[in-house]
Design a protein around this ligand. Sequence first.
Ligand code: HEC
Length: 129
Amino acid sequence: MNSPSSKSLINDEQKISSWRIFFLTIATLTILIFFWTVGDFQQNPFITETLSIQGEALSGSKLFKINCAGCHGISAQGFVGPDLHEATQEMSDKKIINQVIRGLTPPMPSFEIEPQSMADLLAYMHSLN
Ligand code: HEC
């Protein structure tokens, strides 16, 4: 027996289950994005400390010449590593700090650096643009 009303009931059920899938997908994505964001904001104490320090561009430029110029060029114009003049516009300070301390992108090594020196380097890099 297939009365119009039972047909519409089936359609409703199908509708409900596709809504359910839709909401489950949205919920899963929301949770994923939430953890991703929280992970991103979860501050490493080194980064928090570095960002709280007022850096000295001049001292940063000396540190740069010793540690970074070999790859990024004496005035950060780029050599083996990229030109860093736009780096502070393209990357957050946090990302730059991660780039320096984590060694995530070989051949660039990770550096063991004091927060003060890192803040100086950041000040130097901000002075480039
Ligand atoms: C051994 C060579 C080398 C040294 C030394 C080095 N880097 Fe790098 N750096 C690289 C390379 C190569 C890349 C590009 C990595 C990639 O593929 O993303 C890079 C990328 C970067 C980036 C990201 C630039 C961008 O636009 O993505 C920053 C910021 C950076 N370096 C800063 C520094 C600083 C600051 C120092 C000194 C403390 C330093 N680097 C020392 C080779 C080096």
